[in-house]
Design a protein around this ligand. Structure first.
Ligand code: PLP
Length: 387
């Protein structure tokens, strides 16, 4: 059976061009970048050029890039690091209700430590309530963390507008751009952010590596103590093979951005249209236009998302319900709860996230299988019999 992967927001395969540049750094070029001999120099040079590549892809300076173990660590480093650094000025933090758990759980931890956090609601389409946000800003607000694009429903938030709104204030602005980097333009100056989180495995790089963009002049309290690596913010011997692969993945994503996003958007729109025309009682979750080019999140009335996922998986199609992080819990995801598609729809949501290598033929086959699976489940749904 041919398998079709439509879960690229959970993770992606490593591009063969990425793997190729990584391999020598496991074997002959294994040096520690802090060593003074030629082995060390080889690793140190790889670190320098990787940092340049990642910075270039974001419109940043190389010294503004801190390599981390991925999105989760970058979010923690940014939020706790800035909160601790500026706690003498104030202890109020602003975020949104639809953030990734890496941000939400971190903010909850800050609350346990005596910080105050305001969670900004979103509208029915998953876009931030800007009036609420404006009113939430206080004299003692030190930090704002708002995601660029949502991992479940793909909505894109007005980061530039937020940055304009707080211009001139001493509020550090962080964005989790794990889902948007590689799928839409993410220039740090264009966005006007002070910090931006990235993860390599969401953009065809290896797992366990990522970065935090930290604007020149913004200071953080380090969360981990050790040697002076990564400006003292992330001590520990650098993961050179991972960093080299991540940098290559960023360069490829930058070069192919236009081509990849156009392709995925075409597949996305075709898939949404076909699902709407073939399956009755379906809702698109998230904003129709302000959404990631690769995200299709739909709710099917009176159907369990998990059952649908299993039926598709039996046919070789990999999708997700809500997000991979919350799929083991019985409750509807916090993101769907926030946009509230209605009681008949909330448990029947599926997330299809396209990749640069998916084809229109694959999308057509998935819609065929999906139609069949939804009909099958509705036949046995007690709720469906009542209407
Ligand atoms: C995947 C993801 C993360 C976590 O990144 P890891 O590298 O897996 O730790 C954080 N934020 C968002 C929006 C994500 O999609």
């Amino acid at each position: 059976m041919k398998r079709i992967y439509l879960d690229h927001s959970a993770t992606t395969h490593v591009d063969t061009r990425v793997l190729e540049v990584m391999l020598p750094y496991f074997t002959e070029k294994f040096g520690n970048a802090s060593s003074l001999h030629s082995f060390g120099q080889e690793a140190a040079e790889a670190l320098v050029s990787s940092r340049e590549q990642v910075a270039a892809a974001l419109g940043a300076e190389p010294h503004e890039i801190i390599f981390t173990s991925g999105g989760t660590e970058s979010d923690n480093m940014a939020i706790k690091g800035a909160a601790y650094m500026h706690s003498s000025r104030g202890r109020h933090v602003i975020t949104s209700v639809i953030e990734h758990p890496a941000v939400l759980r971190t903010c909850e931890q800050l609350e346990r430590e005596g910080f105050e956090v305001t969670y900004i609601p979103v509208d029915r389409e998953g876009i931030l309530d800007m009036k609420f946000l404006e009113d939430a800003i206080r004299e003692d607000t030190i930090l704002m963390s708002i995601m660029h694009a949502n991992n479940e429903i793909g909505t894109i938030q007005p980061i530039k507008e937020i940055s304009n709104l707080i211009a001139g204030r001493e509020i550090v602005l962080h964005t989790d751009a794990v889902q948007s980097v590689g799928k839409m333009p993410t220039d740090v100056h264009e966005l006007g952010v002070d910090m931006l989180s990235i993860s390599s495995h969401k953009l065809y790089g290896p797992k366990g590596v990522g970065a935090l963009y930290l604007r020149n002049g913004v200071n953080l309290s380090p969360l981990v103590q050790g040697g002076g690596h990564e400006r003292g913010l992330r001590p520990g011997t650098e993961n050179i093979p991972g960093i080299v692969g991540f940098a290559k993945a960023m360069s490829i994503a930058r070069v192919q951005l236009e081509k990849d996003s156009t392709h995925m958007q075409h597949l996305r729109d075709s898939m949404i249209e076909k699902i709407h025309s073939r399956i009755p009682h379906v809702k698109l979750n998230g904003h129709e236009k302000k959404r990631l080019p690769n995200n299709v999140n739909m709710s099917f009335r009176h159907v369990e998302g998990e059952s649908l996922l299993m039926l598709l998986d039996m046919n070789g199609v990999a999708v997700s319900t809500g997000s991979a992080c919350s799929s083991k819990s019985q409750n509807a995801s916090h993101v769907l709860t926030a946009i509230d598609p209605g009681v008949d729809y909330i448990h029947g949501s599926l997330r299809f996230t396209l990749g640069r290598e998916n084809t229109l033929e694959e999308v057509d086959l998935v819609v065929d299988l999906l139609e069949e699976a939804v009909m099958k489940l509705r036949q046995i749904s007690p709720f469906e019999q009542e209407v």
